[in-house]
Design a protein around this ligand. Structure first.
Ligand code: GUN
Ligand code: FE
Length: 424
C-alpha cells in the first residue's frame, strides 16, 4: 500500500516527526518507509491520496472495561468502592445474558473504531461466554488486542462472585480456545484487584501465567480506602504491589497495572524491575476523586507509563480526550509541584500511541517495521477558515476532535470499516 499525506509520529517522547507531502509505503501489515519522493520501484502503483490531510498513528488503550461503556458518565459523585458497588457491579452482573453481552460488545467496538482506538487491552466480565464473545467480535471487527475474563471470588454480591476452581478452569479454557481459534486477539489474565481475589485464586492465576506465559492486567493503588483495605486483607505483606508479586502476578514486561497513584519508593523499584506498564487514567482519577499520579516524576524515575481511558471510571473512550486530560492534570500538579515539569500535549500523545503500543509489539509509530495503524485527520472543510500547520491540526484534534474529524482508520496495514450494524 502507498499513502500520500502529511505524516506526524513520535519515535520518542521528546521527538515529534513531521513529514509533509510525503509517501508512506507498507508491506503486508508493516511500514516499509516514509519518503519525500516516491521511490521509482513503486511508480505506477495505486496511491491512497490523502494530500493536505494529517495522518497520525492510531491510539492504543491499555486499560478499558468493555461492559462499563454503557455506564460512562454515571455516578461520579461517589468514590471508587461505593461507585463499584452502586453502579459497576450491578451492570457487570447483567453480562450473564449472552444476548445482552453481544449487543453491548458491538456498541463498544463500534465506538472504539469511531474514536480511533485500533488496539486495546480490555476487561470483559467474569462470564466465560461473554468474554469469549468479546474476543470473537474483536477479531471480526478488524481491531486488535488483548481481552481478559475478569476473576472475582471474594467481596462481591452472589451474582458476581465465582467459585475459585471454576474461575481458574474457565480462564484456562479461554486461554486455550483463543490460542486455537484467533489470530489478532490474545488472552490477558485479569484478576480484578486484590480485594476481589482470594489468595488461592491469585496463586492459581500466577501458575497459569507461568504455564502459558500470559500477560496480566489489574488495578493497583487507585484510592486511599482501597489501599487500606488491601493492607487489612493481607497484613503479612508489606505493600499492595508486593501482594501481586508474592502471587506471581507481576510477570516481567507483561503486566499492566492501572492507576498506581499511591506508591512507596520500594513499590516503584519493584515495578521498575518487573517492567510493569502503569496505565495512567486521568479522566477516571478526576471523576472518582481518586488522586493525581506524579506522572513526570514516575517517567523520570524510569517507570513505564502510558495514558489510558479506564472507561467507565473514565467518561469517554475517545483517547484524544484522555491525552488532553493527562496534559491538563499534569499542569494542575505542576502548580503545586513546580519541580515536576508538566507534560506537553505531544508528550501525552506519545504515551497513548508509541508509549502504550510498546506493550503490544512494534506498534504506535511510523518507523520501519512497525505495524501500520493510522488515523487520517480531516476536519470539516466548511469550518476550515484558517491555514493551519499539520502540528496545529494535531493539537486541535487532541483537544477538541471527535470521530467526525477522522476520515479513515487503518489497523495492521488494512483499512478498517465500521465493524457492526448494531440494528441487526
Ligand atoms: N478497581 C477494581 N475494579 C475497578 C473498576 O472496574 N474500575 C476502576 N476504576 N477501578 C477498579
Ligand atoms: Fe479500571
Amino acid at each position: 500500500m502507498i499513502l500520500k499525506g502529511n505524516f506526524i509520529w513520535m519515535p520518542a517522547m521528546d521527538r515529534l516527526e513531521v513529514r509533509e507531502n510525503a509517501w508512506l509505503v507498507t508491506s503486508g501489515e508493516t511500514v516499509t518507509g516514509i519518503y519525500d519522493q516516491l521511490p521509482p520501484e513503486y511508480a505506477g502503483q495505486p496511491v491512497e491520496d490523502w494530500s493536505g490531510k494529517v495522518i497520525i498513528p492510531a491510539f492504543n488503550d491499555l486499560h478499558i472495561h468493555a461492559p462499563q461503556f454503557l455506564n460512562r458518565g454515571i455516578g461520579y459523585d461517589t468514590r471508587l468502592l461505593d461507585w463499584l458497588d452502586t453502579y459497576t457491579f450491578p451492570l457487570e452482573a447483567r453480562f450473564r445474558d449472552l444476548d445482552f453481552a453481544r449487543r453491548a460488545w458491538k456498541i463498544f467496538l463500534n465506538r472504539l473504531w469511531a474514536a480511533g482506538t485500533m488496539r486495546f487491552s480490555a476487561f470483559a466480565t467474569i462470564h466465560k461466554e461473554a468474554a469469549w464473545a468479546l474476543m470473537e467480535l474483536t477479531e471480526q471487527s478488524g481491531l486488535r488486542g488483548l481481552v481478559g475474563k475478569v476473576n472475582m471470588d471474594r467481596n462481591a454480591a452472589d451474582n458476581l462472585r465465582e467459585e475459585t476452581a471454576a474461575s481458574l478452569a474457565d480462564t484456562e479454557e479461554l486461554v486455550c480456545r483463543s490460542r486455537a481459534e484467533l489470530k489478532h486477539v490474545g488472552f490477558i489474565l485479569t484478576p480484578r484487584f486484590v480485594p476481589s481475589t482470594t489468595a488461592a485464586l491469585m496463586e492459581g492465576l500466577g501458575r497459569l501465567g507461568e504455564r502459558y506465559d500470559l500477560p496480566v492486567q489489574s488495578h493497583l493503588s487507585e484510592n486511599p480506602s482501597e489501599v487500606d483495605w488491601v493492607r487489612q486483607l493481607h497484613p503479612d505483606i508489606p505493600t499492595y504491589t508486593q501482594v501481586y508479586e508474592d502471587f506471581g502476578l507481576l510477570r516481567k514486561d507483561k503486566t499492566i497495572m492501572a492507576h498506581a497513584i499511591y506508591l512507596s519508593d520500594g513499590e516503584k523499584a519493584l515495578l521498575r524491575e518487573k517492567g510493569v506498564t502503569l496505565a495512567h487514567c486521568p479522566c477516571s482519577n478526576v471523576n472518582l476523586s481518586s488522586g493525581v499520579m506524579p506522572l513526570r516524576r514516575n517517567l523520570e524515575e524510569g517507570l513505564r507509563c502510558c495514558v489510558a481511558s479506564d472507561v467507565a471510571g473514565g467518561h469517554t473512550a475517545a483517547m484524544n480526550r484522555s491525552v488532553a486530560a493527562a496534559t491538563a492534570l499534569s499542569k494542575v500538579r505542576w502548580l503545586s509541584h513546580p519541580e515536576e515539569a508538566h507534560l506537553t500535549l505531544t508528550e501525552s500523545f506519545y504515551l497513548a500511541t508509541r508509549g502504550s503500543g510498546a506493550f503490544l509489539g512494534q506498534v504506535g509509530s511510523f518507523e520501519p517495521g512497525f505495524q501500520f495503524d493510522a488515523l487520517v485527520l480531516a476536519p470539516d472543510p466548511a469550518e476550515d477558515l484558517l491555514e493551519r500547520t499539520p502540528v496545529e491540526r494535531l493539537e486541535q484534534f487532541l483537544c477538541d476532535g471527535d470521530d467526525r474529524d477522522i476520515a479513515a482508520r487503518y489497523c495492521g496495514g488494512v483499512l478498517v470499516e465500521k465493524p457492526f450494524d448494531t440494528m441487526e
